[in-house]
Write a protein that binds this ligand. Structure first.
Ligand SMILES: [Zn+2]
Length: 403
């Protein structure tokens, strides 16, 4: 692995080496149809380098050649909680921006869920979704106001009446985020002001919560509210309005580009002595404590298992898969893995080979259960699903706190 000498965003050095993993699933949301295949899943390394000047954090060991998207890749979370969240975003965007009769362009739209919700709720909104992995989902209603393009972003896909550009959960996957954002800014920047809405996981939340299961090979970049703002300014967006969402796990940044703003690219680093120094201290402290977090978590679960409790991990998207790999790589502690995504049932998680099962599978194996809820935002929904299961159970978060 060749270590970069300067920050990919601001070009400065030094880069601090922080969180490291020798072996993670290259794609944690890729499932396998046999345990044998899952055990031989592609593995990637992870080393989080943090720029001491602008706070940009990235996996220097990221290997894009290990990523291979096909029908075995599935990161859907078919939860009512997620559905409510999408509706909240749609309402917020409509209230915030002048979308009537205009186009919302969603770069990295996935299956187009947010655009569909937006267009169904507001019948004056048009949408264009762009995603190289877009697939029409069965049972989704076609509407003349939505158009989907299976490709990467290109400026010719932008309609003249673009009022808002969405880019959600994309920038953390792009190995060269600055040139990607500059391409978007340049495509939008020649016309009137266009507002843009970005959403990424919040690195500040990960380190504050000690969420060691949220560092994954697939996400090559990690952002705080300050480092995301700096990146956007470097790409000639206006200084963004920022807030957190989804119980603090996600970061929103809203910035404009084009119009008569004539914004120069950021030359100096804002708040350098305050925001960056505080963040560097936090990430270094987190990194020093992480080994203890992981060991405590493993010890607590082992103690419960020794007392006769069945150990259940609920949530086998990113969080549960990475958690299993870090806590129990040899499959000696976790008894049962649950996810509500039907496409994953009966499949096996990469590297650990843990089988992913539906919630009802717990019922037939009634035994007192310690249920590790990987994302407590779904805790109420999970408890409701387990409502009539006839066995003792205890819910904890992934750090071992009762919930
Ligand atoms: Zn930097």
């Amino acid at each position: 692995m060749t270590m970069p000498r300067g920050c990919p965003v601001c070009g400065c050095a030094p880069l601090l080496s922080t969180v490291k993993r020798a072996r993670l699933p290259a794609m944690q949301n890729y499932v396998f149809h046999t345990r044998a295949a899952a055990l031989k899943a592609p593995a990637g390394a992870f080393e989080l380098l943090v720029c001491a000047s602008c706070g940009f954090a990235f996996n220097a060991a990221f290997d894009g050649g290990l990523l291979h998207y096909d029908t075995n890749y599935n990161n859907a979370v078919p939860s009512a909680v997620m559905d409510v969240y999408y509706r909240e975003i749609a309402e917020y965007l409509y209230q915030q921006y002048d979308l009537d009769g205009n186009f919302v362009v969603d770069v990295g739209c996935g299956k187009g869920t947010l655009l569909r919700i937006l267009a169904a709720r507001f019948n004056t909104v048009n949408g264009i979704g762009i995603d190289p992995s877009f697939e029409e989902e069965e049972g989704t209603e076609a509407t003349a106001r939505l158009h989907f393009i299976r490709d990467v972003f290109k400026k010719q896909y932008l309609p003249k009446a673009t009022a808002l550009l969405l880019c959600r959960h994309v920038v953390e996957h792009i190995p060269a985020p600055l040139s990607f954002l500059r391409e978007i800014a340049a495509a939008l920047g020649r016309g009137p002001l266009v507002n843009c809405f970005f959403e990424v996981p919040d690195l500040g939340w990960i380190i504050e919560q000690g969420a060691f299961w949220d560092f994954c090979h697939e996400h090559c970049n990690y952002f705080t509210k300050d480092s995301l703002a700096f990146l956007l300014r470097q790409a000639a967006f206006s200084f963004p309005k920022r807030r957190t969402a989804f119980s603090g796990q996600y970061l929103w940044a809203e910035a404009g580009v084009g119009g008569d703003q004539n914004l120069p690219i950021q030359k100096t680093i804002f708040d350098k002595n305050i925001a960056i120094n505080a963040f560097l201290k936090d990430i270094i402290t987190y990194n020093d404590r992480e080994i203890r977090f992981i060991a405590d978590c493993r010890d607590n679960l082992l103690a419960r298992k020794t007392d006769g409790w069945r150990i259940v991990v609920w949530g086998m998207a990113t969080k549960g898969v990475i958690f299993g790999n870090l806590i129990d790589p040899d499959g000696k502690i976790i008894d049962h893995c649950i996810d509500i995504n039907r496409a994953k049932h009966g499949c096996f998680a990469p590297l650990t080979g843990m089988e992913i099962m539906p919630p009802e599978s717990l019922k037939s194996r009634g035994q007192k259960s310690q249920i590790v809820v990987m994302n407590p935002t779904y805790a109420r929904e999970i408890k409701t699903m387990c409502g009539d299961f006839d066995f003792d159970r205890c819910y904890i978060d992934a750090r071992g706190n009762k919930i």
